[in-house]
Design a protein around this ligand. Structure first.
Ligand code: NAD
Length: 336
């Protein structure tokens, strides 16, 4: 039985706590949050110990695995502490705010010998997993253009850090990282990026359109927005047009990503001389899929091949270049 602690009792921590509950080889033993009332309520709801101080949880609680669901700018500090205490870590995306900080983190993880995975949950999300299978099996042929989009209203659940240019950096970092990562997973190394974006009153680029060229020759456009008008549900969309087929995936949550129960999700595949395939997708909890895989890596004592550390670094490098391109208007070639 894997004993798990969660750092942070905010929005996404609930998805993690539910995923732990759904697995029969995991138990939530502790949670930490500086907000005492929210942390204690979370601990009562999930029947685990509460710590106000995350350092104390790492020192004292009965945990082997830690899920870091803290504001992004705190990930580095707590991954370092987890590494010092020898805890395996599943860390929320974006793993860090800069390339240098990500590299430092990965070096610490390597030195400590802990199992470490970034929670790029889209790699475990029905719809995206089918798209990857279709692409890799050749059903789409040569893909000449893909489009990946992720849009919602401005987050309003009190997480001011998310809309601070250095602590969360808004949609261009927090939302874009999902699609840039999935496209990297699909098409391989990124060659160059160009970003057209709007900066709003928060000082963050909260609506971004990035053109991405891959070394393999594939091309894609990715959109990320926190600028949808009131009432617009959290929406993900992906389309890949290939020489043999076109696939389209649409997902709409109830309101924000925390409201997956009210979601609708559909995959369409169009191929020459075949009836279109239109499939409503059942959403098997992607956070549970992600955790199940991560724990299998812990059991095997192996780093996660489905979310390689090197790709985490490349994706943060791409996000940094996209932010720079939004500022300068230049096409930027990525160098490792
Ligand atoms: N994978 C996904 O689908 C997904 C969705 C949303 C958020 N995220 C990521 O998860 C992370 C958390 O996002 P969120 O929306 O849950 O944020 P949130 O603001 O809702 O929750 C963060 C929690 O951390 C607590 N906290 C802050 N500083 C702390 C400290 N020093 N010690 C202990 N607790 C502290 C806050 O009080 C808060 O309860 C971010 O990196 C975000 O990008 C991922």
């Amino acid at each position: 039985m894997h004993k798990i602690g969660i750092l942070g009792a905010g929005l996404i921590s609930r998805s993690h706590a539910e995923s732990i509950r759904s697995l029969d080889n995991a138990v939530l033993t502790a949670v930490a949050d500086i907000r005492e009332e929210a942390g204690q309520r979370f601990a009562d709801e999930y029947g685990c110990a509460y710590y106000q101080d995350a350092d104390e949880l790492l020192k004292q609680a009965d945990v082997e695995v830690v899920i870091i669901a803290l504001p992004t700018f705190l990930h580095g500090k707590y991954v370092e502490l987890c590494a010092q205490y020898g805890k395996h870590v599943l860390c929320e995306k974006p793993v860090e705010m800069t390339v240098e900080a990500t590299q430092r983190m990965l070096d610490q993880v390597k030195e400590a010998g802990i199992i470490f995975m970034v929670g790029q949950v889209v790699r475990f999300w029905s719809g995206y997993t089918e798209i990857k299978e279709l692409y890799e099996s050749g059903e789409l042929g040569q893909v000449h253009m893909a489009f990946a989009s992720r849009c919602s209203t401005l987050p309003d659940w009190g997480n001011e850090w998310l809309l601070h240019p250095e602590k969360g950096a808004g949609a261009i970092c927090d939302m874009h990282v999902h699609d840039v990562d999935f496209l990297r997973d699909l098409f391989g190394e990124i060659d160059s990026v160009y970003c057209l974006a709007n900066k709003d009153h928060t000082g963050c680029w909260n609506h971004a359109m990035s053109s991405i060229s891959f070394k393999s020759g594939e091309k894609a456009v990715a959109e990320a927005a926190f600028t949808m008008s009131d009432g617009y549900p959290f929406t993900m969309f992906f389309k890949a047009a290939g020489t043999k087929g076109t696939v389209e995936f649409t997902y709409k949550a109830g309101y924000n990503i925390g409201e997956r129960d009210a979601s609708t999700s559909e995959l369409r595949l169009y191929q020459k001389n075949r009836q279109p395939v239109i499939r409503k997708l059942e959403q098997h909890d992607p956070y549970a899929n992600q955790l199940r895989y991560f724990l299998s890596c812990v059991d095997a004592g192996e780093q996660p091949a489905r979310v390689p550390h090197q790709e985490n670094l490349e994706v943060i490098r791409a996000i940094a270049a996209i932010r720079e391109s939004a500022e300068t208007g230049e096409i930027l070639t990525l160098t490792s």
